[in-house]
Design a protein around this ligand. Structure first.
Ligand code: C2O
Length: 581
C-alpha cells in the first residue's frame, strides 16, 4: 500500500487516526477507510466505596468498569497497557478472533507471559469480519472482577444493522463484587482446595443497586424517551456465575448473541452465561414511569452454595416523577435453579442466515472429539491440610480426565512458534479414558475419572480443518452448567440436550441450517452440547470454563493450529515488546 493520508480527529475524547488509502480509493469506487483506535490503560490501585466500606481494587484508568472501546469493523486497535498495579497481569479481548494476531489474545501463559508490575505491553490487532458487542478483561487470577470493560464494534461506515436503527445504544455490563482482595481470596481457595469464595454482590455497570446495604445511591440509571427503541448491549462479566436478567413490564427482542446476529427473538427474560454477550432491542412502550431491571444467579448445581443476592438498576422515562418518590415496578426473576427457563431461552436462538458475517455450517468434519467436562478431585500434597470436598482432598476439574495446568516457563504460543519442546504435549484425548453413565448423580465416590491427572495436553490441528466437539457434562462431585469459552473462533451450536449424548439419536437433531453461532456456551447441567468450528487461524487458542473458580483447577484445554500454506495464512513473529517470563 502507498503511504496513507492521515487525518487526526477527536471523537468522544479518543484520538482517532483515519487512514484513507489513496491507492484503494483509486481501485475501488467506494470509500474505503479504516481507523486506528488507540487507547492507554493505566492499571493501578483505586479506592472505591461499595457496600458500606472503602476498598482498594485494581482498575484501569481509575474507573469501574474500565474504559469502553468503540471502533468499527476493519479498524485496528492499539492498546498500551501500563501495569502500575502490584500484580502480574494480561488483558484479553473476549470474542475478538485475533486473526493472525494471536500474540495479542492475552490469556496468561497461553499466548504470553504476564506483564510484570512496572512494565507495559502494547496489544495491537485488527477487527476482521466481526461486529457487535465484545468485552475486555484481565486474564490473570481473579483480577477481572474489577478489571473489565466494553468493546463495541459497529458496522463499517456505509453498512448498517440488520434491524431498524436504534435511537441509542447502551452497554450493560453485569459484574460481580467481593468485599475483600480478590487475588488473596482466590489464592487461599486454591491452597485449601475449596471452591471459589461466594461473592457479596452483583453489579450493573459497576453499581450494586438499592437492595444492598449503603447502596441506595449506587444504582445504575437509564433515562429513556417514551416510544424510542434502545439497543442494550448486555455482557455477563460476572466471575463465577451465570445470570438471569429481566426488566419490569418490558419485552426484549434478542438480535445478536456473542456478536453474531440472530433471528429476532422476543422474550421477557434472558439467561446470560458468564462470558456471553446478548444484544436486545428495548422499546420504551410502557406508561411513563420507572421500571427496575434486575439480575441474579442462574445456579444450576444442586446443593452448591452461591451468591443469592440481586442487583438492580432503574429505567426512568422522561417526564416520570422522580423514581425515588414512587416505587418503580419490580421484575419477577425466575427461581435460581430454573433450568427449564434457561434451556428454553438458550435453545430458541438461531443465526440470521445470510446476515452480516454469517457463515454456513461446515459439513465435512476432520477432527471429532467427545469431551467430558466437569469437576474432579486432586490429592492433598503431604504436610498440608486440604479442606475441599471431601476433607482431605482438593477440588479439581477436568476435560476428558485431563486437569489442565498452564506452563510456567514459557507461554504455549512461544513454545509453538519457536519449536521449544517439553512445554506441552499434543496428545489431548479425543474421548474419555472410560465410558460410564456420565450424568448419573449416584455415580460419585470411587468412580471413574474422580481423580484427574494434571497435564498440559492439547490438540494439534491442521490449518482449515473442521473440529466437532461433543461436550458432555458429568455428575462427578456435582453436575453444573459450565460456560465453555473458545478463544480465536466462533462455533456453530448444532444441538444441546440433557443426559448422556447418544450418537444414534442425537446426531439426527443437529441443526445444520441456522444454528446459533457463539464463542461461549453454557453446556446444559447434566447434559451436553455439540459445537463445530473451522480452525482457520494459526496460533494457540485457549478453551476453558469461564467461571474463574474452575479455570485454575483445570477446566481447560487448548488448540494449536498450524500455519496455512501462504504468507497470508502464517502467524507473524511476536512483537518486540512481548513480555518475558
Ligand atoms: Cu473471557 Cu479466556 O476468557
Amino acid at each position: 500500500m502507498t503511504s496513507p493520508s492521515v487525518i487526526y480527529s477527536i471523537e468522544m475524547g479518543r484520538l482517532v487516526f483515519l487512514f484513507a488509502s489513496s491507492l484503494l480509493l483509486m481501485v475501488a469506487a467506494t470509500t474505503v477507510s479504516a481507523a486506528i483506535v488507540e487507547h492507554s490503560f493505566n492499571v493501578q490501585n483505586l479506592t472505591v466505596n461499595r457496600l458500606c466500606n472503602r476498598h482498594v481494587i485494581t482498575a484501569a484508568n481509575g474507573r469501574l468498569p474500565g474504559p469502553s472501546i468503540r471502533a468499527r469493523e476493519g479498524d485496528t486497535l492499539i492498546i498500551h497497557v501500563f501495569n502500575k498495579s502490584p500484580y502480574n497481569l494480561t488483558i484479553h479481548w473476549h470474542g475478538i478472533h485475533q486473526m493472525l494476531s494471536a500474540w495479542a489474545d492475552g490469556p496468561d501463559m497461553i499466548t504470553q507471559c504476564p506483564i510484570r508490575p512496572g512494565n507495559k505491553y502494547t496489544y495491537k490487532f485488527k477487527i476482521i469480519k466481526q461486529e457487535g458487542t465484545f468485552w475486555w478483561h484481565s486474564h490473570t487470577s481473579t483480577l477481572r472482577a474489577t478489571l473489565y470493560g466494553a468493546i463495541i464494534i459497529r458496522p463499517r461506515a456505509g453498512s448498517s444493522y440488520p434491524f431498524p436503527k436504534p435511537y441509542r445504544e447502551v452497554p450493560i455490563l453485569l459484574g460481580e463484587w467481593w468485599n475483600g482482595n480478590v487475588v488473596d481470596m482466590a489464592n487461599q481457595a486454591l491452597a485449601h482446595g475449596t471452591g471459589p469464595n461466594i461473592s457479596d454482590a452483583y453489579t450493573i455497570n459497576g453499581w450494586p443497586g438499592d437492595l444492598y446495604p449503603c447502596s441506595q445511591n449506587q444504582m445504575y440509571k437509564l433515562k429513556v424517551k417514551q416510544g424510542k427503541t434502545y439497543l442494550l448491549r448486555i455482557t455477563n462479566a460476572a466471575v463465577d456465575n451465570n445470570l438471569f436478567y429481566k426488566i419490569a413490564n418490558h419485552k426484549m427482542i434478542v438480535v445478536a448473541v456473542d456478536a453474531r446476529y440472530t433471528n429476532p427473538y422476543v422474550t421477557d427474560v434472558l439467561v446470560v452465561a458468564s462470558g456471553q454477550t446478548i444484544d436486545v432491542l428495548l422499546t420504551a412502550d410502557q406508561p411513563i414511569g420507572s421500571y427496575y431491571m434486575a439480575a441474579r444467579a442462574y445456579a444450576s448445581a444442586a446443593g452448591l452454595e452461591f451468591d443469592s443476592t440481586t442487583t438492580r438498576g432503574v429505567i426512568v422515562y422522561e417526564g416520570a416523577p422522580s423514581w425515588t418518590s414512587r416505587t418503580p415496578l419490580i421484575p419477577v426473576l425466575p427461581a435460581f435453579n430454573d433450568t427449564p427457563t434457561a434451556h428454553k431461552f438458550s435453545t430458541s436462538l438461531t443465526a440470521l442466515v445470510g446476515g452480516p458475517h454469517w457463515e454456513p455450517v461446515p459439513l465435512k468434519v476432520d477432527h471429532k472429539m467427545f469431551v467430558t467436562i466437569g469437576m474432579a478431585l486432586d490429592v492433598c500434597p503431604s504436610n498440608t491440610t486440604c479442606q475441599g470436598p471431601p476433607v482431605g482432598a482438593k477440588l479439581s476439574a477436568s476435560m476428558n480426565n485431563v486437569s489442565f495446568v498452564p506452563p510456567s516457563s514459557l507461554s504455549l504460543l512461544q513454545a509453538f512458534f519457536f519449536n521449544v519442546r517439553g512445554v506441552y504435549t499434543t496428545d489431548f484425548p479425543v474421548k474419555p479414558p472410560v465410558q460410564f453413565d456420565y450424568t448419573n448423580p449416584s455415580i460419585n465416590g470411587d468412580r471413574p475419572l474422580l481423580f484427574a491427572p494434571k497435564g498440559t495436553r492439547i490438540t494439534k490441528l491442521k490449518f482449515n480443518s473442521t473440529v466437532e466437539m461433543v461436550m458432555q457434562n458429568t455428575a462427578i462431585i456435582g453436575a453444573e452448567n459450565h460456560p465453555m469459552h473458545l478463544h480465536g473462533f466462533d462455533f456453530h451450536v448444532l444441538a444441546q440436550g440433557f443426559g448422556n449424548f447418544n450418537p444414534a439419536t442425537d446426531t439426527l437433531k443437529y441443526n445444520l441450517f441456522n444454528p446459533q453461532i457463539r464463542h461461549t456456551i453454557g453446556v446444559p447441567v447434566g447434559g451436553w452440547a455439540v459445537i463445530r468450528f473451522v480452525a482457520n487461524n494459526p496460533g494457540v487458542w485457549f478453551m476453558h470454563c469461564h467461571f474463574d473458580g474452575h479455570l485454575p483447577i483445570g477446566l481447560a484445554t487448548a488448540f494449536v493450529v498450524e500455519n496455512g500454506p501462504t504468507p497470508e495464512t502464517t502467524l507473524p513473529p511476536p512483537p518486540v515488546d512481548l513480555p518475558q517470563c
